[in-house]
Design a protein around this ligand. Structure first.
Ligand code: WT7
Length: 657
């Protein structure tokens, strides 16, 4: 059926939202059938867990829910690596491609079958066991988009050694914080990364970080480039030396039988304080949740070539490049570099060459492609695509339509998937073949999940009204806590609305029951789909010796969703110059990582404060967004706001990055 024409240009009023019913041909072959919504929560997950996952020891109970702590598949034992790799080879599917890997350098490619993957994992696991990595050994990972990263994540899962992957864009200080919090004993990195035509000094960053991490015993270094690499004798080992001479026979290297609730990994994410939270994910529920959602939401079929263009260093890559897809025996693509290296055709070239049928990416990437223009995609045959996905932030209807038309050729449904590092798996999403799509809406909760939009008092708001998104039932891949911070876990997610999980997002449910996500309601910004806390950036700024005070907020940005704006008061004797601006941006890059560098810095003699001394962020947000200023009567010094507003306008244009 042809999509309806919009009757009004003003979509924000929600009078006439465009609707895209599922194409009949897609619906006829879809994995998800409408009855999927009729099933009872535990019965649904019980069926999925039994049919989709191989258990070494059966569980005796699907769910034990002592709010806010859940245990799923209680008493069961399994191994994620076995489920993702060994069993496919045992079933005769060893020749199937697990990953097409595409290096950033043009022409650098590897095809990795499930048999290859098993051999690589087994060799590495044998090497790691020899080094002393055991069940329960904590490991830290700082590796970019090379096949060795999923191989390592599988090897550690095979052993039962919990790990944390730190995104390769983070700085040595950020690495040190995370490795210290987890008290890691083994660290894994690569000598250099390749991205955007540049070499990233990953090993050197780890060297710097480890000066502050006393628990580390060994570092294993994958040699990605021929760049000179300083190795510390007694601590550092080459990856190829660790695997040399090790057997690749899986019989030499059995998978540990692990309890369903055994910790798989920690992934650190920004909260509303300066200290990132170590989100805990475990084994059974996480694997069942990611594999099941991957199967239904991406409609995975044996012949699909699936490309999730996220970075494995974020949760999207953990759940939907590594564990979910491999558990389903799927063929995936991993691309090392940036979307426009060496030119803006790169992604479309990859899709054409591997005949990618499913593409999963973020609105910020779609908007970058929009900016570069549709002519790059038009030069390539994208007819293999049959389904598109979006994640990380609300997708604006304009980007949705562009993606639908220029990439999907108007034939591919788009699944706008809402979830979080904490949720581990997609929770709000269309099911392709069933759901009528509305550009900009993530539509419905995944089967079994109960979601509500509530007001300050926790009461459900009438349909159409805005409020806070809460989750009212548990789900298998849910976080099991914040590492070493049980009180923070309860306080952050379960205290604001007793009995419900508070996601930190604003939302609206329309009269069809479709959900429209409206962004974060806390002091967390979303820049290019990455979460950054305002306070983290403020602490990095005030850490600079010339800064007296800083306040940070997000403003809307056409490309990155939100951009970071910093208001900075310098210590007396220092001047606001372009050099100072560059110095402060660099400092934030060094403290946190390049992704946290403010887009604008507004220097101001003072910050607007209430009489009790609280910085008025609401006002700063208005200034940053260039909005008329609200109530200033509670301010200690009203004149300062006017001054800041004037400066913000002039300096934003001067220093836009
Ligand atoms: C926050 C979670 C989960 C993968 C990547 C981000 C925002 C995520 C959507 C979407 C609207 C979305 C939310 C959420 N978000 N997906 N489809 N529509 N907003 O993971 O870093 O844990 O961030 O990203 O604000 O709370 P994350």
């Amino acid at each position: 059926m042809a999509p309806e024409k919009p009757k009004s240009a003003i979509e924000t009023l929600q009078v006439d939202v465009k609707k895209y019913p599922p194409p009949a041909a897609f619906a006829a072959q879809a994995n998800a059938k409408p009855e999927i919504y009729d099933q009872e929560l535990e019965a649904f997950w019980d069926k999925e867990a039994k049919s989709r996952i191989s258990w070494f020891k059966p569980y005796h109970k699907v769910l034990e829910w002592n709010l806010p702590y859940a245990k799923w598949f209680v008493g069961g034992e399994l191994n994620i690596c076995y489920n993702c790799v060994d069993r496919h080879v045992e079933a005769g599917k060893g020749a199937k491609v697990a990953y097409y890997w595409e290096g950033e350098g043009v022409g650098e490619r590897k095809t990795i079958t499930y048999s290859d993957l098993l051999k690589d994992v087994v060799k590495l696991t044998n090497g790691l066991r020899k080094l002393g990595v055991k069940k329960g050994t904590h490991c830290g990972i700082y590796i970019a988009m090379v096949p060795e990263l999923p191989v390592l994540m599988l090897a550690l899962a095979r052993i039962g050694a919990p790990f944390t992957v730190v995104f390769a864009g983070f700085s040595p200080d950020s690495l040190a914080d995370r490795f210290n919090d987890m008290e890691v004993e083994f660290v894994f990195t690569q000598n250099e990364g390749l991205r955007g035509g540049k070499r990233l000094p990953l090993k050197a960053n780890v060297d710097e970080a480890l000066k502050q991490v006393p628990t580390v015993k060994k570092m294993v270094v994958y040699k990605r480039t021929d760049g000179a690499t300083a190795m510390q004798v007694g601590r550092d080992l080459w990856w190829h030396d660790v695997t040399a001479g090790q057997s690749d026979d899986p019989k030499s290297c059995p998978c540990e039988s692990l309890d369903s609730e055994h910790m798989l990994y920690l992934l650190y994410t920004s909260g509303t304080t300066a200290k990132p939270k170590g989100i805990m994910h475990t084994t059974g529920g996480y694997l069942v949740g990611t594999a099941t959602t991957h199967h239904y939401i991406f409609d995975i079929k044996p012949d699909d070539v699936y490309w999730c263009a996220a970075d494995i260093g974020w949760v999207t890559g953990h759940s939907y490049i590594v564990y979910g897809p491999l558990a389903n025996g799927c063929t995936g693509v991993i691309y090392e570099g940036t979307p426009n290296f060496p030119n803006a055709e790169r992604w479309w070239d990859i899709i054409e060459r591997y005949k990618v049928s499913i593409l999963y990416t973020a609105p910020t990437a779609i908007r970058a492609h929009m900016k570069w223009g549709p002519q790059h995609a038009a030069k390539h045959d994208l007819k293999s695509l049959r389904l598109l996905g979006s994640v990380g932030e609300p997708i604006n209807p304009e980007a949705w339509e562009w993606y639908h038309e220029h990439i999907g050729g108007r034939r591919c449904p788009i699944v706008d998937t809402w979830w979080q590092t904490e949720t581990g798996m997609i929770l709000i999403t269309p099911l392709p073949g069933i759901t009528t799509l509305k550009p900009g809406s993530a539509t419905k909760p995944f089967p079994g999940l109960v979601v509500a939009v509530v007001n300050d008092k926790g009461e459900e708001v009438p349909l159409g009204g805005g409020g806070y998104l809460v989750l009212k039932s548990p789900w298998p891949a849910m976080l099991r806590g914040i590492y070493k911070a049980p009180e923070r876990y309860v306080q952050t997610y379960w205290s604001r609305f007793p009995g419900m999980y508070f996601a930190g997002d604003g939302a609206r449910m329309d009269k069809d029951g479709d959900l429209w996500l409206m962004g974060r309601v806390d002091d967390v910004m979303n820049v290019s789909g990455h979460r950054i806390s305002t306070i983290e950036v403020e602490s990095a700024l005030v850490d600079h010796p010339k800064v007296a005070e800083a306040a940070v907020c997000g403003r809307a940005d056409a490309l990155t969703g939100q951009a970071i704006v910093a208001f900075v008061t310098l210590k007396s004797g220092f001047e606001a110059t372009p050099e100072m601006l560059a110095e402060l941006r660099e400092h934030v890059g060094k403290k946190i990582g390049a992704l946290a560098k403010p887009a604008n810095i507004v220097f101001t003699p003072d910050l607007p404060k209430t009489r009790s001394g609280k910085i008025m962020r609401r006002l700063l947000r208005d200034v940053a967004e260039n909005r008329p200023l609200g109530d200033t009567t509670t301010l200690a010094d009203a004149a300062v706001v006017k001054e800041i507003a004037t400066r913000a306008v002039t300096e934003a244009t001067q220093h836009e990055v």
